[in-house]
Design a protein around this ligand. Structure first.
Ligand SMILES: *Cc1c(COP(=O)(O)O)cnc(C)c1O
Length: 379
């Protein structure tokens, strides 16, 4: 099955009771048994729920994996991966990381005895310098947030394989439409389904997909034992969102390209970060591992003027000033004071996150309206 067909049919079957084309929302916590243990595969909805199972099968299909798991949020999905580890274990992680992931790593798991080593992963060979006998996991986010660095998954996976380490990839920004990390050698793919998979800014949810049964079994155990699952209504909404993932992503990419090119030539713009631009430092890697370059575009306002950047995002009318990304509507954010305010200023500077940086999640509106909006805001 090709990808576009999979978004609609992957892992799905028609409802057994009445042939409903969309899986019913099984809004139930428990299931009747005829005799103790005599049930139809469902006992309790923390463990399994038919609507959630349909969604989990869709996740697995989209990422070319075998097993999908849905969680109450993206961070709950990351939390489940970290629970594979024990005190004393070490993780090597991308340094330019979603702020909430960084907070979970450094403010919760570091206190529980897990050690994190952060590094830029543009040069995959350098990762080997960070490996110690205690290293268990490599955590990669690509493209990164908000600097849009692209990390070569295949090269990192070779390092992980050689050293017997798990490789997990946060695929939230790219989505499986643009890249499928399991095919490039990753062991675990993670999503904040809140973003492009859900696609309509109406649900908070997380996902994991894996290929190997033993790893899946451990994660299913953690999912059930820790209990950060999503509800049936949210499962239904994300499943519905996924059915248009391919057409949405195609438009996000087209609009993203037009906006990146518009900003690149705008006199009020200092610098544009979008992996599709030929002068992007990781453009070649992006070309190799991604089908297109996505709808996330970051840029710095001329003169690195933070005041100007804040005034510009306040003036936007079609773009909404808000956190989050990946919905049909265009959003703009000011990372230094919003999504990345939790990262110390010194760290931000090291990562190149200027106080005049604006991050756009380009939606699927008419791009002419989006460009007009940016024009008036940058005046
Ligand atoms: C939003 C996001 C997360 C966290 O997901 P939630 O659903 O908000 O918990 C993790 N990684 C990336 C790249 C994100 O954008």
């Amino acid at each position: 099955m090709e990808f576009n067909t999979k978004t609609i049919h992957g892992g799905q079957e028609h409802d057994k009771a009445y042939g409903a084309v969309m899986p019913p929302i099984y809004q139930t916590s428990t299931y009747a048994q005829t005799t103790p243990g005599g049930h139809k595969g469902f006992e309790y909805s923390r463990t399994h729920n038919p609507t959630r199972s349909a969604l989990e099968n869709a996740f697995a299909s989209l990422e070319n994996g075998k097993y999908g798991l849905a969680f109450a949020s993206g961070l709950a999905a990351i939390d489940a991966v970290l629970k594979l580890l024990k005190p004393g274990d070490e993780v090597i992680s991308t340094n330019d990381l979603y702020g909430g992931t960084y907070r979970l790593f450094t403010k919760i798991y570091e206190d529980l005895g897990i050690r994190f080593r952060f590094t830029g992963m543009a040069d995959a060979g350098k990762i080997e310098d960070f490996i110690t006998p205690a290293t268990r996991l490599i955590w990669v986010e690509t493209p990164t947030n908000p600097m849009m660095n692209v990390i070569d998954i295949e090269t990192i996976s070779a390092v992980a394989g050689k050293n017997n380490l798990l490789l997990a990839v946060d695929n939230t920004f790219a989505t499986p439409y643009l890249q499928q990390p399991l095919d490039l050698g990753a062991d675990i793919v993670m999503h904040s389904a809140t973003k492009y998979l859900g696609g309509h800014s109406d649900v908070v949810m997380g996902a994991l997909v894996v290929k190997e049964k033993a790893l899946a079994d451990r994660l299913y155990f953690i999912q059930n034992a820790s209990g950060a699952v999503c509800g049936p209504m949210d499962s239904f909404l994300v499943l519905r969102g996924i059915k248009t993932l391919h057409v949405r992503m195609q438009r996000h990419c087209e609009n993203g390209r037009d906006i990146a090119l518009f900003l690149k030539d705008h006199p009020g713009v200092e610098k544009v970060y979008w992996p599709g631009l030929e002068n992007h430092p990781n453009h070649e890697v992006a070309k190799k591992q991604m089908r297109d370059f996505g709808g996330m575009v970051s840029f710095v306002v001329k003169g690195n003027d933070a005041e100007k950047a804040i005034r510009a995002v306040e003036k936007l009318k079609v773009f909404t000033l808000a956190e989050s990304l990946g919905g049909v509507e265009s959003l703009a954010g000011h990372p230094a004071s919003m999504t990345h305010a939790g990262i110390p200023e010194e760290e931000r500077k090291k990562l190149g996150i200027s106080d005049a940086l604006i991050r756009l999640s380009v939606g699927i509106e008419d791009v002419s309206d989006l460009i007009e909006d940016l024009k008036q805001a940058l005046e």
